[in-house]
Design a protein. Structure first.
Length: 213
């Protein structure tokens, strides 16, 4: 599965199939634009990028995808930089970040810079995604927009971390049937995200606390 088909074409437009999605059925190839379009409602899919010799781990964030809230995945018609959470790039106080130099961290594990982002936790792992909120006059608070999209924010003010309902339900099942602790479950998610570099994925105290039944 590491070698691309020949010719290496996008499954949608026959363009340059640079991305392979591991979450889509049959693991199709996509060009950058089609990869974004096909995943605007599937933000937790994991992708790989063709380097010229092999497929390496990548992310939808690196592909340039933005998660739009409040309009069924479409950009807010009133959208503007004001729709971004203030201080979104600041490091959460409850997070232990890896001490490795940035160049030592694989690109798909690096926290996005220069824009609003969230750490989104799902059964498929820990994801970093850029997020744009609805800023219409009748829009809901940011944490409610996340909730309406099936994501539970760890905080009400200036959300930085959110959880899918799928991961919360999965933890309950693991805890009840296997006795898995919150910290062990989160470590499992870190390893799902990267089996080679799980130690490079930040440990969030809010994540562990939220998993406590």
């Amino acid at each position: 599965m590491e070698a691309p088909p020949n010719p290496r074409k996008c499954s949608i437009c026959d363009g340059d199939g640079i991305y392979r999605c591991l979450g889509c059925f049959s693991q199709p190839l996509f060009c950058t634009q089609c990869c974004r379009k096909q995943h605007y409602m599937l933000p937790f899919h994991c992708i790989k990028q063709w380097t010229g010799t092999f497929f390496e781990d990548s992310s939808l964030c690196l592909a340039g995808m933005v998660l739009h809230l409040g309009h069924r995945g479409q950009p807010c018609p009133s959208g503007a930089p004001e729709g971004m959470v203030p201080h979104a790039n600041s490091v959460p106080d409850d997070t232990e970040w890896c001490t490795d130099e940035p160049d030592d961290v694989p690109p798909f594990l690096r926290v996005p810079q220069g824009g609003n982002h969230l750490t989104l936790i799902d059964v498929t792992g820990v994801h970093f995604l850029r997020v744009r909120y609805c800023v219409c006059p009748t829009s809901q608070p940011f944490h409610m927009q996340l909730l309406e999209s099936g994501l539970l924010s760890a905080t009400i003010d200036q959300p930085k971390t959110a959880f899918s309902f799928s991961v919360l339900n999965d933890f309950i099942h693991d805890n009840l049937e296997c006795g898995t602790s919150a910290s062990n479950y989160y470590n499992k998610l870190r390893r799902i995200t990267s089996n080679v570099f799980p130690h490079l994925i930040p440990v969030s105290a809010s994540a562990v606390c939220l998993f406590v039944p």
